[in-house]
Design a protein around this ligand. Structure first.
Ligand SMILES: [Zn+2]
Length: 396
């Protein structure tokens, strides 16, 4: 790029939100490393740069962040079924293909993200080799969340002691510039109360980012209300044979209980964890989430493919909750492409959803979900620090 280029856009998205107008970014410099040299109103820059090539973009933003995925599942088959059946099928596939979840699959997923120039990733990791690679220099920045499953109170003390020993080792491995270590209790029905409370304390004392799937499917609501239903049947079929109770998962189902209320009551939300999905929530749940300053991650393609419902995004925005848009795994989303996720958000989140908001969720919202600094665009940035968004659908 030897000739100066002006990128003209009606939307400028940064950590402060979306500014609408007629903006331009001037990019200059030799072919290999063109650089942003000015950002201003279109009229001002166009008057200065008569010789510039002009490009147009629906929006200009910093690089995108994928705040929730499972890269080590990238070799699993794509699935489209109800959430409880999905859970059962995942377990069947894991048992019949024990090597499928691992480093080669994670590397495949990582390549896809690098091809999209994402700035960072929130990756839920279930294999130690994948975690060690993510913490090592040269890996994509973000958070590598170690997945925790511990569904019985009686197992939590020993599992916690083992986890703490591993955390000490993993911290020594962690290198600057790579992902930081985090914790991902899988969900409030696969992790018992004592372990959830211990992980929240660990997050607060050691500064470990925390992320959990919660309120994803209607079956999860039923499980907390009654202890039965499709999710209970699947959990039983895959070996978690105990109904929820004080001696097993650590809670008694009752008519007024929701997974979000449960997490608030046991103190888990005091650590302000990032909550993934939150599709099946009450108005009271949303207020609890807002009061505990928990960021929320939404994954519309996964929710659609697993028949979970539609994330009530407007209520979360009105409550002041920070939102991120992410893909989840390629198993339920069917790809790791953030542009496809944004398109899906347009298709499913009507009622005033717009391009600027979606990009905020993919940039500043996603950075908040990972507790990362928000990227900004300023003169001196390289061209590849910019995302030029052109949707296949008509922006508002
Ligand atoms: Zn997930």
């Amino acid at each position: 790029m030897n000739r100066p280029t002006l990128i003209r856009t009606p939307r400028w998205v940064d950590g402060h939100g979306t500014r609408r107008g007629d903006f331009a970014v001037l990019v200059e410099g030799p072919g290999e490393s063109p650089t942003v040299t000015a950002i201003d109103q279109w009229a001002a820059l166009a008057a200065r740069c008569h010789r510039a090539t002009v490009m147009r973009s629906d929006a200009v933003a910093p690089r995108l962040v994928n705040a929730h995925t499972h890269l080590d599942l990238s070799s699993y088959p794509r699935m489209m079924t109800s959430f409880p059946e999905f859970l059962a099928a995942m377990v069947v596939h894991r048992r019949s293909h024990p090597q499928a979840r691992g480093l080669p699959a994670a590397r495949d997923g990582m390549r896809v993200l690098r091809d999209q120039h994402v700035a960072a990733v929130g990756d839920v990791v279930a294999r130690e080799a994948v975690l060690l690679a993510a913490l090592t220099a040269g890996a994509l920045p973000g958070v590598a969340y170690w997945e925790v499953i511990c569904a019985h109170q009686s197992a939590s003390a020993a599992a916690l002691a083992q986890l703490k020993a591993r955390l000490r080792h993993w911290r020594q491995v962690q290198q600057p510039g790579a992902a930081v270590l985090g914790l991902a209790p899988q969900s409030p029905y696969l992790v018992c109360r004592d372990m959830l409370q211990a992980l929240a304390r660990l997050s607060l004392s050691d500064g470990l980012p925390l992320q959990i799937h919660v309120a994803e499917s209607p079956a999860e609501l039923e499980f907390f209300r009654t202890g039965s239903g499709a999710l209970a049947e699947v959990l039983s079929s895959i070996g978690f044979a105990h109904p929820p109770g004080p001696g097993t998962l650590g809670f008694e189902p009752h008519a007024g209980l929701t997974p979000i209320r449960y997490l608030a009551e046991i103190g888990f939300l005091d650590a302000s964890p990032t909550l993934v999905h939150c599709v099946n929530v009450s108005d009271d749940d949303i207020q609890l989430i807002a009061r505990h300053r928990c960021p929320v991650v939404t994954c519309p393609r996964s929710n659609a493919n697993l028949a979970c419902g539609v994330f009530p995004w407007k209520k979360f925005v009105e409550a002041g909750v920070s939102i991120a848009l992410a893909t989840d795994s390629s198993v339920s989303a069917h790809s790791l492409d953030l542009g496809s996720e944004l398109t899906a958000a347009f298709e499913r989140y009507n009622d005033g959803f717009d391009l600027g908001l979606g990009i905020e969720w993919l940039t500043s919202g996603a950075s908040r979900a990972l507790r990362r600094p928000i990227e900004v665009i300023q003169p001196g940035c390289r061209l590849d620090a910019l995302t030029l968004v052109n949707l296949r659908v008509e922006p508002s």
